[in-house]
Design a protein around this ligand. Sequence first.
Ligand code: TRP
Length: 454
Amino acid sequence: MSEDNKNRAQFATRLGVVAVTVGSAVGLGNIWRFPYEAGANGGAAFMLLNLLFVFVIGVPVMCAEFVIGRHTGANVRGAFRRLSPGTGWGVVGYIGILSSVLILSFYSVVAGWTMEYIWRSVAGFGGMHADAESLHSQFDEFAAGNVRPAMWTVLFLLCNYAILARGVEKGIERVSNVLMPLLFVILFAFCVHSLCMPGAAEGLGFLFRPDFSQITPSVVLSAMGQAFFSLSLGLGCLITYSSYFSRRTPLVKTAFLTASLDSFVAIVAGVIIFPAVFTFGQEPAAGPRLVFEVLPAIFAEMAGGAVWSALFFVLLFTASLTSTVSMSEITIAWLCDDMHMSRRRATRINIGVAMLLGTLCALSFGCLNGVRMFGMTLFELFDYVSSNVLLPVGGMIISVYAGWVLDRKVMRSELAPATRRGRALVGTLVFCMRCVAPVCILLVFLAGLGLLPV
Ligand code: TRP
């Protein structure tokens, strides 16, 4: 660690490191995005591809981010500047900063929806009818209503401000320690409940019985984009976080643990959602609205549904919060370290820009619905461009850098294999960083965009 890092904040405990990293990874990406992407892209085949990408590309890229972040102890832009001064590599930093703001904007809209649903649960949502038709129109009415979605988006970003302005250890670490374990417990309870529904067999079949004829290049690209999104990879989010890791944190273990827990939560979310989709005769390919139409149907059926519903959305809200805090930290760390701003000022700028763009995304379900680029609304465009383009490109550059440019000694001392098996594992990971990940990402990316003849 260099001289100027002596005063850098550090996560206090090993549990804290896992809680913040898993807190960043587990969020709407697992519970909202994974089910709707799987629903729209053929179910089981999509899930298998996604898992393949998580472990073959995701874990190596995550290790690359960890190594770069902890070794330099710097933000994403500063890390590359320190490692390779005067070269073009620092561009990754700018890609990361730009796309983290884009993601933060549309993500906050969906997190705002969870706040609306907390509100609705408290206001007696349990008495509602669980038919597909009325759930559909309820969501439509709300999302097209302009004022409320925009208001919640802004409110959600204010919650981020409150945590971020307090700093890394006290704000982020404490909140994650308490809330992440609770989320696991409640998901498990819902999982059991869903398995008892009449549509369980059909739902599980959709999620676990692959139909490989469904796989097209664009499905493969979406599965890869989902892996990056869900693991918080490609933007230097984990470079930033690992700059707060202590020397004792085992990087490879943390990467595997994060990837496994993250995938587990996504699959559990699928096990909760799809039985309900088929029980209530809904459409799996409903898109971003899927979870918000299906979950209320489950709650309406349950005894004490209003309480469960409130509890579930509160947890989803907090899971989102620990993720958006990690996205914001990318930009804030950069503004503080390199632009020498105070933490408060940096946070204000980051959240301010996100409020502006987030409001536009929220309105793209209402009065701005007609504004389309490449046939997509602003919300869809932000999601597509960041997840399917910027994250994979960022991830590719990071893994090429770690595999080919970074000093081998740094890699070895950071990943520190102690046993023979450990050395073999690290060797495999480095091979994936150097060759497998970049080549796969490039091929999937070009094919998915229709630029390869397949
Ligand atoms: N992984 C988070 C989720 O699944 C989202 C997220 C947090 C993210 N930080 C990120 C996505 C950085 C991409 C890059 O909800």
